[in-house]
Design a protein around this ligand. Sequence first.
Ligand SMILES: [Zn+2]
Length: 287
Amino acid sequence: MKYLQLVLICLFLFATENTYCQNNEVNIETTKLSNNVYMLVGQGGNIGVSAGDDGVFIIDDQFARLTPKIIEAIKAISDKPFQFLVNTHYHGDHTGGNENMTKQGVKIIAHENVRKRLIDGESSKEALPIITFNDRVNVHMNGEDVKVYHVEHAHTDGDALLYFTKSNVLHTGDTYFKSRYPFIDLKSGGSIDGYINAVKKGLSLVNDNTKIIPGHGAVSNKAEYASFLVMLENLKANVQAEIDKGKTEDEVAANGAITKQYDDLDYGSGFINSERIRRTIYQSLKH
Ligand SMILES: [Zn+2]
C-alpha cells in the first residue's frame, strides 16, 4: 500500500513537473499577498496563511513529510500561536499534514464531507476536522472576516472557497487549477456543473484587485479566473454537442478537436491531459 501511494504520488508529481522523486528536495516558497495573508508553495495544494495579532490561520497543509518545512516557513512569517486550519477538501495533498498540525495546536475546520471522507480513509483522530460546517462559516481573525463558502459537487463533495474580505484574497482550493485542465473527482462527488458553479461563485466574490490562490499553480487574478470559466463552459458545450450526436465516451476521448483551442494553450500539460478532461466531462454529463 505504501509503495503504491509513493508510485501514485510520483506519477502525480511527474505530471506537475515537480522534481521531488528525483532529488527529494522540496522548498517552501512564501509570497506575501497582503498585509497579513501569504501563499506558500511547496508540493501539493497551495497553502494560505493569515498571520497577525490573533495568531496564525492556515488553509491546507500538503503532505505530512513536508510539515517541518511548512512550520519553518510559517514561523519565519510569525511567532504567534497556530490557531485554526481549514481544509479546502479531503485530498491527501491538502490534508496530509493534518495530524502534525493538530500537534502544533491548530483546530481543524472543514466541510462535513471532508471529515466523513477522512474517517472513511481511516485517518487518525488527530487528523480530523473537529469543527465542521455544511454551508458556510466565518472566521474572524487578524482584523478581518474570512468567509468560508461550501460549493456543491464541484472538485469533490466537500469543497470550500475562502475569501479574506479586507485583504481581498480568495483561496479557491482545487476548484481552480490555473491555466490547466482541472481534476474533477467524480468518484468523490465532483461534477462538471458543480465545478462551473464553484468558479461562478468565486468570481462573484472577487474584483480586479483580488489576489487569487488557486489550488494548484501560481497566484492568479480575476481576468485569468474568468478565462478559466470560459474554458470550462466551452468544453462542456463541445462535449454536450457530441453527446447530442450520439457519440460514445471513446469517440469523445479520441476527438481532439473538442479541446484543441485549449490544448494549444498548454491546458493539458498538467495533472489532467486533454483526453482525460474529455472523458471526465463526458462521464459527468452522462451521469
Ligand atoms: Zn484535490
